[in-house]
Design a protein around this ligand. Structure first.
Ligand SMILES: [Zn+2]
Length: 293
């Protein structure tokens, strides 16, 4: 249970399947801030299956949306809000989640983390101000600066993979991590790579200002047209792929900038060859990269 819900006075409220009031364990300024809170307690409330419509999938530049609260709950990560639709990107695919605010005239909460569980997109909130209930209409505001920085880092990871696989066709990208200031790409294959040559190809690609495009396709058609996917994908399910210019597309559910010049300068950092000899005879190449904030 979240720290701010642990105070003894709250227990009777939880038994009534409802949490309501102000938290006496908090400092006076914080108590004033959290004047009145209503959270339906997740474990006691019969939870239906929800499917949050992910608005971020089709538009990286959509930072705000109106939504309806469909569930309020709590898990080991804290209190969360489920909405019928959301512009908030949930952490995944090596990309950090959006942050921002969910609010209406009676309620305001900062969204600190967003995660997806099956079709639920859970907006984890910091101690809120005001009250909220299922059925309430809210406005979602994504932190634009963070969204765009994350989308730039993530798109740069795709581009770096495309550039490397084009320069060294034996290499295959196996892992991408695009958190700002700790971003890296891992590729598997044989041989050494030339960092200066990769940097030059990367700079040229960014100057070309190629556009990114998104499309949906079933895995069978994708493999027929492009390449065999390195992991099993349910055949009946269409998936989303993104493509930079004329590079090969990559299946991905992340957020991307629309054209490469939005990336600015992408600087390659340390390069390491990791021995994976216990698993395979090939090397894993680990390359770090950095963008300007
Ligand atoms: Zn992506």
């Amino acid at each position: 249970m979240a720290e701010w819900l642990k105070a003894p006075d709250w227990k009777s409220c939880i038994r009534q399947n409802r949490i309501e009031g102000s938290n006496p364990s908090l400092s006076a300024p914080m108590r004033r801030k959290i004047r009145y809170v209503v959270i339906l307690y997740g474990s006691e409330t019969k939870k239906e299956k929800f499917m949050t419509i992910p608005l971020y999938l089709n538009d990286t530049y959509r930072f705000t949306a109106e939504a309806s609260v469909v569930f309020l709950g709590e898990d080991e990560k804290g209190c969360f809000i489920l909405l019928d639709q959301t512009p908030f990107y949930p952490q995944g695919g090596g990309q950090p989640s959006d942050q921002g605010w969910i609010h209406n005239p009676d309620f305001s909460a900062e969204v600190s983390l967003v995660r997806q569980y099956e079709h639920d997109i859970r907006h984890y909130i910091l101690p809120p101000e005001g009250k909220i209930e299922i059925g309430t209409s809210v406005t979602c505001d994504v932190n634009e600066k963070r969204r765009l920085l994350n989308a730039r880092y993530h798109t740069a990871g795709h581009l770096l993979g495309n550039v490397l696989e084009t320069l060294y066709p034996s290499l295959k990208t196996i892992k991408g991590h695009s958190f700002p200031n700790e971003a890296f790409l891992e590729l598997q294959g044989e041989g050494q790579v030339d960092l200066a040559l990769i940097q030059q190809a990367l700079d040229e690609a960014i100057l070309s200002n190629a556009k990114t495009t998104l499309f949906e396709m079933d895995p069978f058609s994708f493999e027929e047209i492009y390449y065999a996917l390195p992991y099993p994908v349910p055949a009946h399910k269409a998936f989303r792929a993104m493509r930079i210019g004329t590079f090969l597309p990559v299946p991905c559910g992340g957020t991307h900038v629309s054209s490469l010049q939005e990336l600015g300068q992408v600087t390659l950092g340390k390069l390491k060859y990791k021995s994976e000899k216990l698993k395979t005879l090939s090397d894993v190449i680990h390359i770090r990269y950095q963008l300007k904030a």
